[in-house]
Design a protein around this ligand. Structure first.
Ligand SMILES: *Cc1c(COP(=O)(O)O)cnc(C)c1O
Length: 235
């Protein structure tokens, strides 16, 4: 094993350990938390090392990079997640490789995903991105405007809504992050009882390298982790 591969395997083990501890602290089972490794800052060698170490759920935040990496790694069994902004003209190529779109941030995008998933004969799992911190620069549905949109989302027969996704505030540290994560969970709990048929809100994708333990304590079912997995490798 190369130095890089060893380091990545060690990092993965450490992150999994911390995930397990955070789950235990909050009385949750570790099986309720999935790790999606965000590989946007690394190349193919690092990704191969990560997959070799046993992490097969990967995420990319830029469509072009997702397409290129997916094509170059076709020999591996990778479950790709799209986690970043997706323009409608990039939906088709993205759906050819992604198993889930975590960043469905507008009705227009969801309609486009629905139409193209239909053409490809797929039922596409998505998460709805919510701008819980209400920062103007952030993507996602305004928390108060999600409920009125759900009926139309439910009429999209080729997308399967699995839950909600958010990014924590950039400012305010872990306290602000915890508040944002709790807000997403509360929104999910509130909407879950009034959801139109065909929409499930089981998943909460929240938490990144700096705040994933807090996110797990607040109910995350998916954490999206990048830099913590690639610490200490020279690039
Ligand atoms: C980059 C990124 C992550 C991972 O961030 P790290 O801080 O490197 O763990 C998670 N989610 C999204 C949407 C990202 O763009």
């Amino acid at each position: 094993m190369t130095g890089v591969a060893q380091q990545i395997a060690d990092n993965l083990r450490a992150v999994r350990q911390r995930i397990a501890e955070a789950a235990a602290r909050s009385g949750r089972s570790v099986e309720q938390v999935r790790l999606v490794a965000v590989t946007k800052t690394v190349g193919l060698e690092e990704i191969r090392a990560l997959v070799g170490a046993g992490c097969q759920e990967l995420g990319e935040s830029r469509p072009q990079q997702l397409w290129e990496k997916a094509a170059a790694l076709e020999d591996l069994r990778i479950h790709w997640h799209m986690v970043g902004p997706l323009q409608r003209n990039k939906v088709r190529r993205t759906l050819e490789v992604a198993e889930m779109i975590q960043s469905a941030d507008s009705l227009r995008l969801i309609r486009a995903i629905d139409r193209i998933a239909g053409e490809l004969g797929r039922l596409l799992p998505i998460l709805i991105e919510v701008n819980v911190s209400r920062e103007p620069a952030k993507h996602g549905f305004h928390p108060d405007l999600l409920e009125p949109s759900l009926l139309e989302v439910a009429s999209c027969r080729h997308v399967e809504v699995r839950g909600l996704m958010c990014m924590a505030s950039l400012e305010g540290g872990l306290d602000a992050a915890r508040r944002d994560f709790a807000a997403l969970r509360n929104l999910r709990d509130r909407l879950r009882n009034r959801c139109p048929e065909g929409i499930a809100l089981e998943e909460l994708s929240m938490g990144m390298s700096g705040d994933y333990e807090v996110a797990i304590e607040e109910g995350a079912t998916i954490v999206r982790i990048g830099s913590a997995l690639f610490e200490g490798i020279s690039r």
